[in-house]
Design a protein around this ligand. Structure first.
Ligand SMILES: Cc1cc2nc3c(=O)[nH]c(=O)nc-3n(C[C@H](O)[C@H](O)[C@H](O)COP(=O)(O)OP(=O)(O)OC[C@H]3O[C@@H](n4cnc5c(N)ncnc54)[C@H](O)[C@@H]3O)c2cc1C
Length: 221
C-alpha cells in the first residue's frame, strides 16, 4: 500500500517536536537496542494487531530483523503485510510544578513499510554480523564465523527506511505562570542505559574482560 503523500508520517500533535534530519533519525536507530514491531496477524475474524519487541540493526537505509523461521511474526512480515516499527530512547523524566506538565524527554522513530526476506547468502551473513555488532560493537571480530547451519536456520528480514518519522522532546519542564514559584522541585532527571560490572561466565578468567565488554556504553554516558 504505502503512503506516497507522506500523510502517515506527518506529525500533527506538537509538530515542533518533529525532526526531519536524516542523520538524527539514523542516530536514534543506531543507539536503540529494542524495536517494537507491529503488524496485523491472522486472517478474517482471527485478524488482530500485535506488537512484538525485537532486536534490530540498521544497515545503510535498511532496518534488519532476524529470528527463527518458525516465528509467527517473521513469517507474517515476510508474506508482504505492512509493518510499523518503533524505536524509543528515553532521555529523562521531566518533573514539572504540576502533575499536568510532567513529561519525558525522548527521541523516537516510527517506520512504516513492507519487509522482504534477505536470501542472498553474503547479504544474509553481513546482516547477521550487523545485528550482533549493533548490540556490542566489535563483537563479531571476536567470534567464530556463523556456520552454514546457523545461517540457513535463521530468517533475516530487511525493511527500507523510506517512510519514517522522528519526534523528540528536550529541555526543562514548561509550567504554567501561576505555578512558577510553587514550593516543589522542578527540573529534569536524566536517564541513560548503563552497564553494570560484567559477570564473567564460570570458565572465564575474571581479570580478562575484553575492551568491547568493559567499555560498552550507549549514547551520552
Ligand atoms: C528485548 C527482546 C529482544 C528480542 N529479540 C528478538 C529477535 O531479535 N528475534 C526474535 O525472533 N525474537 C526476539 N525476541 C522474542 C520476541 O519478542 C518473540 O517472543 C519471538 O520472536 C516470537 O514471536 P512470535 O510472533 O513467533 O511469537 P508467538 O509465540 O507466535 O506469539 C504469540 C503470542 O505470544 C505472546 N508473546 C510473544 N512474544 C512475546 C514477548 N516478547 N513478550 C510477551 N508476550 C509475547 C503474544 O501474546 C503473542 O501474541 C525478543 C524479545 C525481547 C524482549
Amino acid at each position: 500500500m504505502g503512503d506516497p503523500a507522506g500523510s502517515r508520517t506527518q506529525i500533527s500533535r506538537v509538530p515542533e517536536r518533529g525532526v526531519t534530519d536524516r542523520s538524527a533519525i539514523e542516530a536514534v536507530l543506531d543507539e536503540g537496542l529494542i524495536a517494537h514491531v507491529g503488524l496485523v496477524a491472522g486472517e478474517g475474524e482471527a485478524a488482530h494487531p500485535v506488537v512484538i519487541p525485537m532486536l534490530y540493526a540498521r544497515q545503510d537505509d535498511q532496518l534488519l530483523l532476524h529470528g527463527s523461521p518458525a516465528s509467527r511474526l517473521l513469517r507474517t512480515a515476510k508474506s508482504g503485510v505492512e509493518v510499523c516499527v518503533t524505536v524509543t530512547l528515553l532521555d529523562g523524566l521531566v518533573l514539572a510544578r504540576s502533575a499536568m506538565h510532567h513529561s519525558m524527554n525522548y527521541r523516537s522513530v516510527v517506520v512504516f513499510g513492507t519487509a522482504t526476506e534477505v536470501t542472498d547468502w553474503d547479504e544474509k551473513v553481513s546482516a547477521l554480523d550487523q545485528l550482533t555488532d549493533h548490540v556490542i560493537p566489535g563483537r563479531m571480530a571476536a567470534l567464530r564465523p556463523h556456520t552454514d547451519k546457523e545461517v540457513r536456520g535463521t530468517t533475516v528480514l530487511s525493511l527500507p527506511l523510506g517512510e519514517c518519522s522522528m519526534k523528540a522532546r528536550t529541555g526543562p519542564p514548561v509550567d504554567d505562570a501561576e505555578d512558577m514559584y510553587a514550593d516543589v522541585w522542578a527540573g529534569v532527571l536524566p536517564l541513560v542505559v548503563a552497564a553494570c560490572a560484567p559477570e564473567p561466565d564460570s570458565l572465564m578468567d575474571p581479570r580478562d574482560v575484553p575492551e568491547q565488554v568493559a567499555a560498552w556504553s550507549r549514547g551520552a554516558v
